[in-house]
Write a protein that binds this ligand. Structure first.
Ligand SMILES: Cc1ncc(Cn2nnc(CCOP(=O)(O)OP(=O)(O)O)c2C)c(N)n1
Ligand SMILES: [Mg+2]
Length: 561
């Protein structure tokens, strides 16, 4: 039967793998929301604001592989853009759908609400082009199928966000029925000839080296290359280190795991084994000022074989059209086992960093929190760590088999973890979602705890209250790093408003923390926030050192004219 553009979009979203769409309604998108809603493949999830809506979709994409969020024109889309920029930075395919003015108003003398008060209604679409891999605006209903297919296909191919603008009078327009899912889900393939050339040359190089190692990068997950990476690690049988924003993309329970490579914030001797190697296969890695610890930890270029998402760079050659997962899978068949690095690693591996238990009545400190969270983490746990000393605390957690770790080191938006963990929990209902979030970060996006209450999500949040922006203090201090303290436990319980199951605890020692965790594990009907009060100066030495390096990098004077 004839369908509508709204129905067409709903079917395509479902065919792409979206099961929930995150929304903040607005009069420019209400007709579209109706069409999406009565479609039984999709479930609508409300958010308190559009920044959190976009971050919830970003978190859903971490769990589900693709996500969608629907906002209204300008006043909705502009804050959603911040979360979409984050999805772009983190290689997460989020489909941003925005309502927009009636097509009859384009080019007319009408001035409209939720606009800049001019006759130009193209600015949002132009802005969206900058932070997506594809942006479309459906001004002529007959073009809808082509534009929708193009945008969704690009999101799936490039693992980047896309933008679909739907004028308020278009969603209910008649439209051809959508075709088969394969039209939009066709995966990208490698150029077979180039793939084999790249693999043959690389295998010769690797097999000719004395002590190759592997380094896992953040792009392994989005580009579905984790299992191919594991295959290569097993066939090469070498030491494997991971970048801080690739933690959990290689199992830490694997006998060849050699820790996190992050300069002086490295763990388990990873930096030593990387620096000792004569061939570092960097798979899906990116080295930024943050992830290279202020440019202090970059593997020596001459020893690097860099495998990017769609190209391979070896010594003096580069091969385009070679997909990361295909290259790793094929290389695994051609390399000879060489465990020199594993033998060496066993000699340098530092003693295990067991954190001794504190006197349960002593004032709570960062290490005791990490020790107790370590005991909470299991195979079903996904640990979110927000920007701040939470990053460095999270790095100290040893992950059991199948545990997952979520971080947003490229975009680095404080507060991301609360809405992202909310969206993730909807996409992965069987996971135990645990969050490390600082007081400063929490204040940015606290509203989405109310949606956790609404949907009875048993997310456990450790709010590290060190009275301010400690990560910033370590980069560069000033009065602006002090913040107003909140009663965080009371705020979370205020979201219950008589019918919720949120629980809030304020803890000041190891005994209170243990009791709060015990109750959090029992609270299966709603979120539990545990406000961990620690001293303002109780921060990791890794953060202090990292802060010095990043501060120095930020302060580098302009190059001489
Ligand atoms: C949206 C956004 N605005 C400002 C910043 C800069 N920034 N980065 N970290 C911070 C402070 C984080 O403070 P907390 O969450 O309390 O973390 P810690 O005290 O370091 O544990 C800021 C203000 C940021 N990273 N993201
Ligand atoms: Mg703080």
């Amino acid at each position: 039967q004839p369908t509508t553009i709204g129905h067409y979009l709903a079917v395509r979203l479902a065919q792409a793998g979206v099961k929930h769409h995150f929304v903040v309604p607005g009069d420019y998108n209400l007709g579209l929301l109706d069409k999406l809603q009565y479609n039984n493949y999709l479930e609508e999830v409300n958010c308190a604001n559009e920044l959190n809506c976009a971050f919830a979709a970003e978190g859903y994409a971490r769990a589900n592989g693709i996500a969608a969020c629907v906002v209204t024109y300008s006043v909705g889309a502009f804050t959603a853009f911040d979360g979409i920029g984050g999805a772009y930075a983190e290689d997460l395919p989020v489909i941003l759908i925005s309502g927009s003015p009636n097509t009859n108003d384009i080019g007319s003398s009408h001035l409209l609400h939720h606009t800049l008060g001019t006759h130009d209604f193209s600015y949002q679409y132009e802005m969206a082009k900058k932070i997506t891999c594809a942006a479309v605006s459906i001004q002529r209903p007959t073009e809808a199928p082509r534009l929708i297919d193009y945008a969704i296909k690009m999101a799936l191919l490039k693992k980047k966000p896309v933008y679909i603008e739907v004028p308020t009078n278009v969603a209910s327009q008649p439209c051809a029925a959508p075709g088969p899912a394969s039209l939009i889900t066709e995966p990208e393939t490698s150029n077979q000839e180039y793939l084999q050339m790249a693999v043959d040359i690389s295998a010769k190089i690797v097999n000719g080296k004395q002590k190759p190692v592997l380094l896992a990068g953040p792009k392994l997950r989005s580009f579905k290359a984790e299992s191919a990476f594991l295959e290569l690690a097993n066939s090469l049988n070498c030491s494997v280190a991971v970048m801080p924003n690739a933690k959990s993309f290689f199992p830490e329970s694997h006998p060849n795991y050699a820790g996190i490579y992050w300069g002086q914030a490295s763990t388990l001797g990873a930096e030593s084994i990387i620096n000792w190697s004569d061939c570092i296969i960097c798979a899906g890695t990116t080295f930024t000022d943050y992830s290279s610890n202020g440019w202090t930890s970059l593997p020596p270029k001459a020893n690097v074989l860099h495998v990017d998402v769609d190209r391979v760079t070896v010594s003096d050659a580069e091969f385009g059209g070679v997909l990361l997962r295909d290259f790793l899978h094929e290389l695994a068949k051609k390399v000879k086992a060489n465990n020199a690095s594993v033998v060496e690693y066993k000699r340098i591996r530092p003693e295990s960093l067991e954190i001794p238990m504190e006197n349960p009545k002593a004032a709570l400190n960062r290490k005791e929190i990490i020790r107790q969270v370590q005991n909470l983490v299991n195979q079903e746990t996904t640990l979110f760590v927000d920007t701040g000393d939470s990053w460095f605390g999270g790095m100290r957690i040893t992950l059991p088999e199948k545990a997952r770790f979520e971080i947003e080191m490229q975009w680095g938006h404080i507060g991301w973890s609360v809405p992202s963990a909310f969206g993730y929990a909807i996409g992965a209902p069987k996971r135990n979602v645990v969050v490390f979030v600082g007081d400063g970060s929490f204040q940015e996006t606290v509203q989405e705890v109310s949606q956790m209450v609404r949907l009875n999500l048993p997310i456990i949040m450790f709010l590290i209250n060190n009275r301010g922006y400690t990560i910033e203090v370590e980069i560069h201090d000033g009065p602006y790093n002090r913040i107003k303290n909140w009663d965080y436990a009371a705020i979370v319980e205020a979201f219950n408003a008589g019918e919720g199951h949120a629980k809030g605890f304020r803890v000041g020692n190891g005994h209170e923390l243990a009791e709060a965790i015990r109750q959090a594990k029992e609270n299966s009907q709603g979120p539990t926030l545990i406000e961990c009060n620690i001293d303002q100066d109780d921060c990791s030495k890794e953060l202090i050192n990292w802060g010095h390096n990043v501060g120095a990098a930020n302060g580098k004077p302009p190059a001489k004219e």
